[in-house]
Design a protein around this ligand. Structure first.
Ligand SMILES: Cc1cc2nc3c(=O)[nH]c(=O)nc-3n(C[C@H](O)[C@H](O)[C@H](O)COP(=O)(O)O)c2cc1C
Length: 372
């Protein structure tokens, strides 16, 4: 019986008592306004996907305008944005859900044309990503951050975290996955620094560790969380020793910040960018696993990636380890009542990729709730 699976059993996460472990993945949807202010349509969308005792993670949210921002993606650095987000936190809290805001700095993936003064994107090292960026223009050569600038970047995250709490969220998820700034510091392919922030695992992990420490101090450990993707490969990410690198990070969290709200890992079988079709990557889905990290971390552990293709696997995953939650992305886009559908074994509606990144209600707030 689906309803007796651990997926539908309670768990304490941060300061919340959840009723089930099915989580909304962070999903960028381009429905903010041109000033990156969240819109009423977003409040409706998140409200639709909120459930009593459920956890939701917001789409990636900019912490500063100086990060080559994509159009219609939200920020959390202006008063108007904080006010806009308040409507969203209210709409999900009214339904009894908990919500963390995902904080984003794209680092070398940014676009200088979109920066207020056309500033060059920043990164750990002057190494550019190959190919074209999210805006369709070629990725640029980043400027390697000076050592003395790093505390300022961390402070920008801290202010954004405080803004998120002011906006009514239950916590923040630091986006340290998919080749963005924090991930760029961690991976050997993008970090060739020779100061305290590069070289050894301990040094490459330093930015993430200091970031978590500073945000936790500002808003509380329980309200601080982080998302990683050791095998994403996206935006030229590659690390020489993934198990050792992320194993070190998680051990450090367990030792120094054991009360973090949660630790979130994208599984190697994540297929949302279609990269598992590439022969050189296909094996990763089969041979690699996030289990060693889960064995280290004693608090709530979220896994995601590939559960849209096989939602039934969410039950097995949740039943395997008592601290597990499962986050689902694309299936949650097209099924606002996904937890109920999975619990009751109701059929799922298919998603339409062509409306993922459009600007209106079509493919956003018009997916239907299940009726028998
Ligand atoms: C439309 C879309 C937008 C996404 N935006 C984000 C994002 O803002 N932040 C993030 O960490 N991951 C993002 N992802 C990745 C998802 O969180 C998730 O890892 C991925 O969709 C795999 O889960 P699934 O197989 O259940 O869809 C996005 C994925 C999609 C499809």
């Amino acid at each position: 019986m689906n309803s007796t699976s651990s997926l539908f059993s309670p768990i304490t996460l941060g300061n919340s008592k959840l009723n089930h472990r099915l989580v909304l993945c962070p999903l960028t949807r381009f429905r903010a306004d041109k000033d990156h202010v969240p819109t009423p349509m977003m409040a409706e969308y998140y409200g639709q996907r909120a459930s009593e005792g459920g956890l939701m993670i917001s789409e990636a949210t900019y912490i500063t305008p100086a990060d080559g921002v994509l159009p219609n993606t939200p920020g959390i650095y202006s008063e108007a944005q904080i006010e806009g987000w308040k409507e969203i936190s209210k709409s999900v809290h009214t339904k009894g859900a908990t919500m963390f805001l995902q904080l984003w700095h794209t680092g070398r993936a940014a676009c200088s044309q979109l920066n207020p003064n056309n500033e060059q994107p920043i990164g750990p090292s002057a190494i550019s990503i190959q190919g074209k960026g999210l805006t369709g223009v070629p990725y640029e050569m980043p400027r390697a951050l000076e050592t003395h600038e790093i505390p300022k970047v961390i402070e920008t995250f801290v202010q954004a975290a405080k803004n998120a709490i002011e906006a009514g969220f239950d916590g923040v998820e630091l986006h340290a996955a998919n080749g963005y700034l924090v991930d760029q510091f961690i991976n050997t392919s993008s970090n060739k620094r020779t100061d305290l922030y590069g070289g050894s695992i301990e040094n490459r992990a330093r930015f993430a560790m200091e970031l978590v420490g500073a945000v936790a101090e500002a808003i509380g450990e329980e309200r601080t969380a982080i998302r990683f993707s050791p095998w994403s490969g996206f935006q030229d990410m590659k690390d020489d020793t993934p198990y050792e690198t992320w194993g070190y990070l998680v051990s450090q969290f367990q030792e120094k910040h054991p009360k973090l709200g949660y630790v979130h890992f994208i599984e190697p079988r994540d297929d949302f960018l279609g990269r598992l079709d590439q022969p050189e990557r296909a094996h990763i889905a089969v041979t690699e696993t996030v289990e060693p990290f889960q064995n280290i971390w004693k608090g709530p552990f979220i896994v995601s990636g590939g559960y849209t293709a096989n939602p039934k696997r969410a039950f097995e995953t949740a039943d395997k380890n008592s601290n597990t939650l499962v986050a689902i992305g694309r299936a949650f886009i097209s099924n606002p009542d996904l937890p109920l559908r999975l619990k009751n074994n109701w059929p799922l509606s298919p998603y339409d990729r062509s409306t993922f990144y459009t600007n209106d209600a079509v493919g956003y707030t018009d997916y239907e709730f299940y009726t028998e």
